[in-house]
Structures are given as structure tokens and as C-alpha cells.
Design a protein around this ligand. Structure first.
Ligand SMILES: [Zn+2]
Length: 56
């Protein structure tokens, strides 16, 4: 098991993952392109009970 920490670009949300991602993918849909401002968004899935979010 690994622990990962990260957050959003503006720093308002932090997260901590207490498990490795089950899978990851790159989404190229228009919605993700608008949100990220790039050609694709990198995403990964972790079980909810292994994740902790904190809104600052
Ligand atoms: Zn998408």
C-alpha cells in the first residue's frame, strides 16, 4: 500500500489516498478539455473508503 497526497490547482481541495489507484486513464472529451484547459485529463480511481478529501 502506498500513500499519495495532492490537491487542485488553486489549493482549495487537498486529498490523501491510502491505496494504489485501481486504474487510471486519460479522458479526451470536450468537458474534460474545458475543465483542464488541455487536450486531455488524467484521472484515476481509488475506493472511497481509502480516500480522504479536505476542503481548505
Ligand atoms: Zn472527460
Amino acid at each position: 500500500m502506498s500513500a499519495y497526497q495532492g490537491g487542485c490547482a488553486c489549493g482549495a481541495i487537498r486529498y490523501e489516498l491510502k491505496a494504489d489507484p485501481q486504474f487510471s486513464f486519460r479522458c479526451h472529451c470536450r468537458q474534460c478539455q474545458r475543465i483542464i484547459g488541455a487536450g486531455y485529463a488524467s484521472q484515476f480511481m481509488v475506493p472511497r473508503h481509502r480516500r480522504r478529501n479536505q476542503v481548505l
